[in-house]
Ligand binder design. Structure first.
Ligand SMILES: NC(=O)C1=CN([C@@H]2O[C@H](COP(=O)(O)OP(=O)(O)OC[C@H]3O[C@@H](n4cnc5c(N)ncnc54)[C@H](O)[C@@H]3O)[C@@H](O)[C@H]2O)C=CC1
Ligand SMILES: O=C([O-])CC(=O)C(=O)O
Length: 342
């Protein structure tokens, strides 16, 4: 009885001082979807999350009711557009916002083909974030990430609240795939691998830096090329296998939960929190590439340090050059969209 009382008091105290006591509000927009549901489940299991707020145009209340029975610290609330201030309430006080809302690919489509539907979804959700939780870390999962992240920046800028340290495109799935696929190539334990993947999140813009691993120069050319190709086109593999029923959802939920967990660990002041993520990066700004997935250290203010690329192999330099050409166009497309459709 006494132990229970103490625990309850501790949880009550958490709601008063969020950051100091490792108690955070996480909002998931698009929470009833293929990614949204398992991602929300994984956030419910994260012990740093004490307030989980779920928004979707359908079913968010049902998903919230379901998850709310799991005996972890967090409360769970669901919001839908039929309540006048549903989205605003979902977002108010959020420390981290995850955005998997948007349509997924079908076979034969590129991520860029999703732009015409997803651009306005992301723009509108970004407006709500800028108005209701301007200081939250915004983590964009919705594709095409190369363009949707610039859309969020433009919206935040237009409202005077943009903070480059708190806007992230979630590219963690590329890291997970690289870790898994390299382990299959070299016969290692995938949980021990840590491949840095930079650039963007679509085909040739995904640049795995194998030269930064212990396997530099050790993987035969043919195997190396097959590995890079599989990392770059891993998404297509799943789209094809799901045959019209969508794209990666479960591996993406795992990636999103890992990334959100790292952001929370950084906010909590934990040390040595590293992730690769698509962020505003000044390194290639002169070339018109304002966003670039980079390895970063995360901290209490979001991005604490952007790691420079350093020395690359000739092959990696070539991949980088090709990636930058496409990224430049993808970024411009997002920026222009907000200019033309504010
Ligand atoms: N960044 C990455 O590595 C990855 C990104 N994705 C992307 O994530 C997005 C979501 O994929 P899935 O979950 O498979 O799709 P889904 O169709 O299963 O779920 C999307 C959810 O978004 C909701 N939604 C649509 N418009 C909304 C709005 N205006 N506000 C709130 N919710 C809204 C839908 O009702 C649905 O529940 C897609 O754009 C997909 O391409 C997918 C895999 C990996
Ligand atoms: O391939 C897609 O459309 C979904 C995605 O971004 C991925 O699985 O990496």
């Amino acid at each position: 009885m006494f132990a229970r009382f103490t625990r309850a008091s501790r949880f009550a105290a958490r709601s008063f001082s969020s950051t100091a006591l490792n108690a955070y509000k996480v909002s998931v927009l698009g929470a009833a979807g293929g990614i949204g549901q398992p991602l929300s489940l994984l956030m419910k299991m994260n012990t740093k999350v004490t307030d989980l707020a779920l928004y979707d145009i359908k079913l968010a209340k049902g998903v919230a009711a379901d998850l709310s029975h799991i005996p972890t610290n967090s409360t769970v609330k669901g919001f839908t557009p039929d309540e006048s201030d549903g989205l605003a309430t979902c977002l108010k006080g959020a420390d981290v916002v995850l955005i998997p809302a948007g349509v997924p690919r079908k076979p034969g489509m590129t991520r860029d083909d999703l732009f015409k539907t997803n651009a306005s979804i992301v723009r509108d959700l970004a407006k709500a974030c800028a108005e209701n939780c301007p200081t939250a870390a915004i983590c964009v999962i919705c594709n095409p990430v190369n363009s949707t992240v610039p859309i969020v920046r433009e919206v935040f800028k237009s409202k005077g609240v943009f903070n480059p340290k708190k806007l992230f495109g979630v590219t963690t799935l590329d890291t997970l795939r690289a870790n898994r696929f390299i382990s299959e190539t070299v016969g290692s334990d995938p949980t021990e691998e840590d491949v840095t993947v930079v650039g963007g999140h679509s085909g040739i813009t995904i640049v795995p830096l194998i030269s930064k691993t212990q396997y530099k120069g050790k993987i035969p050319k043919e195997k190396y090329e097959a590995l890079v190709n599989r990392i770059q086109h891993g998404g297509d593999e799943v789209v094809k296998a799901k045959a019209g029923a969508g794209s990666a959802t479960l591996s993406m939920a795992s990636a999103g939960a890992r990334f959100a967990g790292s952001v929370l660990n950084g906010l909590a002041g934990e040390q040595d929190i590293y992730e690769s993520t698509y962020i505003e990066n000044p390194e290639f700004k002169d070339e018109g590439v304002e966003f670039f997935a980079s390895r970063v250290t995360l901290g209490p203010q979001g991005v604490k340090e952007i790691h420079e690329l350093g020395l690359l192999t000739e092959v990696e330099e070539k991949m980088l050059a090709t990636a930058k050409e496409t990224l430049k166009k993808n970024i411009k497309k997002g920026v222009d969209f907000v200019k033309e459709n504010p």
